[in-house]
Design a protein around this ligand. Structure first.
Ligand code: NAD
Length: 495
């Protein structure tokens, strides 16, 4: 373990931070906290370690750029984002940056989020009490246009998780050629334990707190885990009331009646279905003989299941946060839909047996679709997964350690998350374009344009993967990261 020496907290103007970095580098033993001119806290740690292993941890973009400009240090995950999912996103980035030979001086600028907000959200509970929730928004880069990304309501939301998801959004948007940087937001809460009125108050308060940082040309939100069209409608209304006129383009994934796009709700799952079907073509597999298992029967998972069933695939098992169900002969999705709507869970469905989540992931099938949370396929279970196609509908479901095992096994075709679930942001982009033009498209136009974009991204990723003999994930990340790097290079560094 490197030794860290703590110095008292000091305040510096932003420009002076470079002196601190240089001083730290020259002495190797300096650790302290800096407030830059805007009052943001920067923590800087320099390890007493050999030059090759020296690293610093900083917490503001300006100082990261300063540190990167100094050019002799390698930057590790910023402490404020310290979370396994953020470290995982950084590991993936580092692998792709090594593959692309991205110069050391460019890496921090590409990797770390441009800005992040953390807000306290006091709301009145229905019982008259007041509770304070925490909300976050991370905007990864604004080089190519506004940032774009979902809003998540989940008890385990942290700043680090949101930052990782924002980073992945950046590579996803670049891979599919959208004029966006990545963003993500979230509120640490269990939406199932809040009434509709409490959810509305929480959403409106969050939107109000975010108003200085969002806008149709700055940052545009969308639904994610635990949020839906209604949440987007409340956000749009709050923002519009503040501006004094209706601004549909502030969010995507809203109800169609408020300027939402037809086909947005189904877009992510539909895209997953399309890419799986393309993969089956590539592998020479017959969909009508294939079986699938879906973890996370929410918006994305259920639409993906229906989309696969349409191609003739038998859905053997599905799960949600309460547990899983399995039927060897295949689940009747229409009956399951009815049960789910009534009970708000797949558990207890009559024509199936219960199955625990870990067994579900490891049960034999042709297509495994993780569509719930990050880090589900890990070092512990990657060796036991029994599928031919792993379609990552969720963001970050596979850890880098699991990736290494899957690569070594060589028998599983991975459709990486930034490609597999890109359908959602692609149709969000269509919705934003339609809102800006106040001119709306038919569902056929939306689906046709969606499949064209996904086809282009799939083909480019597959070609690169084959040409350079690299995994589909490394190929997809390389394409995305390279585009952002080139854009940053062409724009130059301000001032
Ligand atoms: P959702 O809230 O509609 O559904 C999530 C589902 O996962 C729910 O059924 C929930 O019960 C289940 N779940 C939660 N924890 C679980 C666990 N431990 N085991 C099994 N199931 C569990 O959310 P969604 O919009 O469908 O998003 C699902 C995933 O897809 C997330 O990773 C999200 O980031 C990703 N994604 C969503 C979109 C989109 O357009 N909604 C776009 C891209 C990626």
């Amino acid at each position: 373990m490197a030794e860290l020496l703590a110095l008292p907290r000091v305040s510096f103007a932003s420009r002076q931070a470079s002196t601190c970095v240089e001083r730290a580098l020259s002495t190797w033993t300096w650790a302290g906290q800096i407030h830059d001119a805007s009052g943001l806290l920067t923590r800087l740690r320099v390890e007493r370690a050999p030059r090759s292993r020296r690293s610093a941890t900083l917490a503001t973009p300006q100082n990261l750029e300063v540190a990167a400009a100094v050019g002799v240090i390698s930057l590790e995950a910023m402490e404020i984002y310290n979370h396994p999912t953020f470290r995982m996103a950084c590991q993936q980035f580092d692998l792709a940056a090594d593959h692309l030979n991205v110069p050391e001086a460019d890496r921090a600028r590409l990797k770390f989020p441009k800005r992040s907000m953390s807000v306290a959200l006091p709301i009145k509970r229905d019982d008259g009490g007041v509770e304070v929730f925490t909300g976050y928004r991370v905007q990864h880069h604004l080089t190519l246009g506004p940032t774009k990304g979902g809003l998540r309501y989940h008890p385990e939301v942290t700043l680090g998780e949101v930052a990782a998801l924002a980073m992945w959004m950046s590579w996803k948007c670049a891979l599919t050629g959208l004029p966006y940087g990545g963003a993500k937001g979230g509120i640490t809460c269990d939406p199932h334990k809040l009434s509709s009125a409490e959810l509305e108050r929480l959403t409106r308060r969050y939107t109000q707190e975010m108003i200085p940082f969002i806008g149709p040309q700055t940052d545009v939100m969308a639904p994610d885990l635990g949020t839906n069209e209604q949440v987007m409608a409340w956000m749009m209304d709050t923002y519009s009331m503040h501006m004094g006129h209706t601004v549909p383009s502030i969010v995507t994934g809203k109800p169609v009646g408020l300027g939402g796009s037809v086909g947005r709700r189904e877009a992510t799952g539909r895209g997953v279905g399309y890419l799986i079907s393309r993969t089956m073509d590539v592998l020479g597999r017959d969909a009508s003989k294939a079986t699938a298992v879906v973890q996370g029967y929410g918006n994305v998972g259920s639409v993906a299941a229906f989309s696969l069933a349409k191609h003739g695939v038998r859905i053997l098992a599905v799960s949600d946060v309460n547990g899983g169900i399995r039927n060897e002969k295949g689940l009747d999705l229409w009956k399951l839909e009815k049960h789910n709507a009534e009970h708000r869970t797949v558990v207890g469905f009559g024509e199936a047996e219960p199955i625990p989540n870990d067994q579900l992931l490891e049960s034999p099938c042709d297509i495994l679709v993780p569509a719930a949370l990050e880090r589900q396929i890990t070092q512990a279970n990657a060796g036991r997964i029994q599928c031919r196609i792993l379609a990552e509908a969720a963001n970050g479901p596979t850890t880098p350690e699991a990736d290494a095992i899957l690569e070594q096994r060589g028998d599983i075709f991975v459709i990486p998350d930034i490609l597999c679930n890109a359908g959602g942001v692609v149709v969000s982009y269509f919705e934003w374009v339609q809102d800006l033009q106040s001119f709306f498209w038919t569902e056929t136009e939306v689906v046709d344009k969606l499949f064209r974009i996904l086809e282009g991204a799939f083909t480019q990723t597959l070609n690169l993967s084959r040409k350079q003999k690299i995994s589909m994930r490394l190929a997809a990340l390389s394409l995305g990261i390279k585009r952002v790097q080139e854009a940053k290079q062409t724009r130059g560094l301000f001032p």
